[in-house]
Design a protein around this ligand. Structure first.
Ligand code: SF4
Length: 324
């Protein structure tokens, strides 16, 4: 389903995605990085990944156009195999990859994949956030690493059946240098993110199993009333966390639902982790106030101690009754 459309139909449209200005600027930067057959991109790649080789004067840029995602995926796999067999530099511009997620194909489109003459395949991500003095915002680099790790996993499926191919676990992140529009790059090792994603993928419940557990006739048709859609969405368990706001179109809907339920997840995953068996904000407040909970539980004991310290501090400041 189209989650953005569903969010709109539920009455919680997603304020999600880049502004038009940022989108155009990002596209212009990417075009600049890939201009002249990717000469600058390959120079940065050879310079950062090392290996003592000279940057190639040119690379093959295969035509990857085909009908539909399946066609583009097949075309990409063929281009990767051909370039590897030829032992030449190749730049695949916006290839299409496929990865099975929860039993269904998910199509992925990296910014570029470079095939080295030795058969190594390197994922290239081009981002429009700046790299100042050689380093960029850690959270944005982390997000790019997680994204690239998924591409690495998808490429590994093709490499497994391609003689002489190996997928590099070091990806090239290209960003504007010091707020200019000149490209610079750094190498990001995604082995950890790759392992984590791989583990998560194997543990995901299959889409068919989730669908089979839904009540008969459940539909996410955006033409239904918000009430009907709300009931349908509620039939699928969700685990809202503030991180969803940056990644999912349904975040505003799930946040409102989570807050209405008083779920501690809405305060963040780390807070959720600290609170152990306490799952609602009301339960946490009651435990802190000594009205509920086992005093032998370390979480309850810590909450009571914190509440007592807070009351003491407030009494010291105001000389009066602590406010909650
Ligand atoms: S819980 Fe998060 S990821 Fe799942 S549907 Fe809601 S907002 Fe999206």
């Amino acid at each position: 389903m189209d989650k953005a459309e569903l969010a709109g139909a539920l009455g919680s449209p997603a304020a999600f995605g880049q502004s038009q200005f940022a989108f155009v600027r990002g596209n212009a930067f990417e075009a600049r990085v890939k201009a002249d057959g990717g000469t600058e991109l390959l120079r940065l790649l050879v310079e950062r990944l090392g290996g003592g080789t000279e940057p190639p004067a040119a690379a093959v840029v295969p035509d990857l156009t085909a009908a539909g995602p399946e066609g583009r995926t097949a075309r990409t796999a063929l281009a990767l195999r051909e370039a590897t067999a030829a032992g030449e530099w190749a730049l695949l511009d916006h290839p299409m990859l496929v990865l099975e997620v929860a039993g269904s194909p998910a199509y992925l489109e990296p910014d570029a994949v470079v095939v080295h003459p030795d058969g190594t395949w390197t994922v290239v991500e081009i981002k429009s956030f700046p790299m100042v003095d050689g380093s960029a915002d850690a959270s944005k680099v982390g997000a790019a690493a997680r994204q690239s790790a998924v591409y690495v996993l998808a490429l590994e499926r093709i490499a497994a059946v391609t003689e002489g191919a190996e997928v590099g676990h070091r990806v090239l992140l290209v960003c504007p240098k010091d707020f200019s529009n000149l490209p610079t790059a750094s190498v990001v090792d995604v082995r950890k993110q790759r392992a984590v994603t791989d583990r998560q993928l194997t543990r995901l419940t299959r889409v068919e199993d989730i669908a089979a557990a839904l009540p008969e006739g459940t539909t996410f048709d955006p033409g239904c009333s918000p009430e009907e859609l709300g009931t349908a969405v509620e039939a699928v368990p969700a685990a809202y966390a503030p991180e969803c706001l940056a990644a999912c179109e349904l975040a505003f809907h799930c946040r409102a639902k989570s807050r209405a339920d008083g779920a501690v997840e809405s305060l963040g995953r780390s807070v959720r982790g600290e609170l152990g068996g306490l799952t609602t904000v009301a339960g946490v407040l009651a435990a802190a106030a000594g009205k509920e909970g086992d005093p032998a539980d370390p979480t309850v004991a810590a909450l009571r101690r914190a509440a007592a310290l807070r009351a003491e501090a407030l009494a010291g400041v105001s000389g009066g009754v602590p406010c909650h």
